[in-house]
Design a protein around this ligand. Sequence first.
Ligand SMILES: [Zn+2]
Length: 184
Amino acid sequence: MADRQTATGDIGLVQAFVNTVDLQDGPEELTDPNTLKAWLVAKGLLDGSQSVDAADLKHAIALREAIRGVIGANSGSRVYPVDIATLNEAATKSGLRMRFAADGRPRLEPEATGVVAAMGRIVASMYTAMDGEDWTRLKLCSSQTCRWAFYDRSKNHSSRWCTMASCGNRQKARRFRSSNKTAL
Ligand SMILES: [Zn+2]
């Protein structure tokens, strides 16, 4: 959907990864190891010569959903221990360590290679993004069937749906139907 708000930089990368699937209407972009590879190469997270297998795809999707869970905290949902465990596992497996880059600034970089390293780079982006105050603007759509990650550009950070036109109105219609039911 064109009018869904997107962020840039580290937040934008985390958001783009989480939104590789539209849980409500599809599609799922990461359908097999090849589509995962293409996505990671396009984002500069993986070298095209590296191989990607089914276990990598499983790891990537598990991490994606754990990140979605943690973003939910910005929209008032509780964070589940299983999501934290998945994030910690991805960080450990990729061997993230602090390195000073050419610009003299420190950042987290993975020691591992392949998709494990690419997942580490996404976790590192999340770490950097969470350090800034804009992180709390990255939220999940309040529609339980949608849970799209959107960037809340409203002045008072009060948006609840990825788009008012789709999810916001759907929610309103549902409320209207159930209040009519009680009236009958
Ligand atoms: Zn939505």
